[in-house]
Design a protein around this ligand. Structure first.
Ligand code: FES
Length: 202
């Protein structure tokens, strides 16, 4: 698991643009009177989307005022969950799952591919902020291990060769096709039966 660090470079201020401001108000209305602070996770996510995929400290302070809650509480949430980035990440942000199921199916071969194509180090931005990679805990796609997430898409059933090819495509400005790289439909069994219909007493 990588160490998450707050960026040393911080903008002075942050505020929602008009589109996100009205969306944030809509989100808050989903919560009962007096429980608006429960919207903090959704608003942190919205902040991250607006701010190039990371959350500066000024934005946490802004959200504290916006939700009438102490800044430290917003900070605690933002720093606890790994889905919130606390420093700038690449335009193509690659998260490699290295939790046990992915690890035993070869996740460290994917890490090797990232080290070869992007950087020896996690969280290091490659040319023009194009790419960065990081190790993360389970992303909930263990059945199709090993896997990585690039921005919002999952790439599953990978090996080193397929990962290198995907990374080459990204560096060429293309978007590789998400999903299983063994041609599986969702999480169907790899080569065994697909249904119990033919099996007596199943
Ligand atoms: S262990 Fe990798 S997705 Fe769950």
């Amino acid at each position: 698991m990588s160490l998450r660090k707050i960026s040393k470079e911080q903008p002075e201020s942050f505020e929602f643009n008009s589109k996100n401001l009205s969306y944030a108000e809509k989100i808050i209305k989903k919560y009962p009177e007096g429980k608006q602070q429960s919207a903090v996770m959704a608003l942190l996510y919205l902040t991250q989307k607006q701010n190039g995929n990371w959350i500066p400290l000024a934005a946490m302070k802004y959200l504290g005022k916006f939700l009438k809650m102490p800044y430290i509480k917003v900070y605690e949430v933002a720093t606890f969950y790994s889905m919130y980035n606390l420093a700038p990440v690449g335009k193509h942000f690659i998260q490699v799952c290295t939790t046990t199921p992915c690890m035993i199916k070869g996740a460290y071969k994917i890490v090797e591919a990232c080290k070869e194509k992007i950087s020896e180090n996690e969280n290091e931005l490659l040319k023009d902020n194009d790419c960065s990679w990081v190790e993360v805990e389970c992303l909930g796609a263990c059945v199709n291990a090993p896997m990585m997430q690039i921005n919002d898409d999952y790439y599953e059933d990978l090996n080193k060769e397929k990962t290198l090819k995907n990374l080459d495509e990204i560096l060429d400005g293309k978007t590789p096709k998400p999903g299983s790289y063994k041609g599986r439909l969702n999480t169907e069994p790899e080569d065994n039966r697909k249904t119990l219909i033919d099996i007596k007493n199943a």
